[in-house]
Design a protein around this ligand. Structure first.
Ligand SMILES: NC(=O)c1ccc[n+]([C@@H]2O[C@H](COP(=O)([O-])OP(=O)(O)OC[C@H]3O[C@@H](n4cnc5c(N)ncnc54)[C@H](OP(=O)(O)O)[C@@H]3O)[C@@H](O)[C@H]2O)c1
Length: 204
């Protein structure tokens, strides 16, 4: 009788294990979350030119409260004016270098709680590893990677404690070069962050 029970349970064990795996896969499956931006605070780094400026323009035209951060104050003011002309909306501008954590923290605190953070700043100095100056490599890592950590670390407490309990979001824009492996290998792998994370409020 004991032998019969043991073989019965050993037959059931794989079935339970498989069911558990299917259940866990169902729980952790990726699922799209729509993050509304109308009347919500969208903070975009590198927002004074290129992709960042285009994102800022789009977010403003969709009714978001937009903040942009970059280093050069003149280009930030030009961006603010171009967004005002194309959308009729004012954006807040912050001059800071993402490599400077204290400056980033100050800008983020002044901007107020962020609903959507877009870490878009990026620099890329294309060179082969053998010929690239080590300072250029460090520069790219500092701006693209460490700068992004600075931004998220500075913004997270405010994002988690927002009075607005709607979904928040952090997006990191990577360089296309970060998604391929080439002779530019020295300067790409840290650029290869392509990350999007939703902050969904929970009550715990
Ligand atoms: N262009 C492409 O084909 C392409 C393709 C794929 C991905 N990307 C990625 O998309 C992002 C934007 O690219 P883009 O071509 O639009 O760039 P971009 O026109 O060169 O603009 C870069 C922005 O980042 C700011 N920035 C640079 N260094 C900074 C620093 N240390 N602190 C704060 N802000 C800084 C710049 O302003 P200041 O110089 O005034 O600071 C500027 O606003 C980058 O992350 C890039 O890797 C670009």
């Amino acid at each position: 009788m004991a032998d019969l029970s043991i073989s019965f349970f050993s037959l059931l064990l794989p079935f339970f294990s498989l069911s558990l795996l299917v259940f866990l896969a169902f729980i952790v499956r990726p699922h799209p979350v729509k993050v509304p931006i109308k009347n919500r605070h969208v903070f975009i780094t590198g927002g004074s030119s290129g992709i960042g400026l285009a994102l800022a323009q789009q977010a403003a035209s969709e009714g978001a409260k937009v903040s942009i951060l970059a280093r050069n104050i003149g280009r930030l003011e030009d961006a603010k004016e171009s967004i005002r002309l194309s959308t009729g909306r004012d954006v807040a501008i912050f001059s800071a270098d993402v490599r400077d954590y204290e400056a980033v923290k100050k800008a983020v605190e002044e901007a107020g709680p962020i609903d959507v953070l877009v870490c878009n700043q990026g620099v890329f100095v294309p060179q082969e590893l053998e010929t690239q100056d080590i300072e250029e490599i460090k520069f790219m890592i500092d701006v693209n990677l460490i700068g992004t950590f600075h931004l998220i670390k500075a913004a997270l407490p405010g994002m988690k404690n927002r009075a607005d309990r709607g979904p928040g979001s952090i997006a990191i824009i990577s360089s296309q070069a970060g998604q391929v492996c080439s002779t530019f290998g020295s300067s790409i792998n840290f650029n290869g962050l392509l990350f999007h994370s939703e902050l969904i409020p929970s009550d715990n």
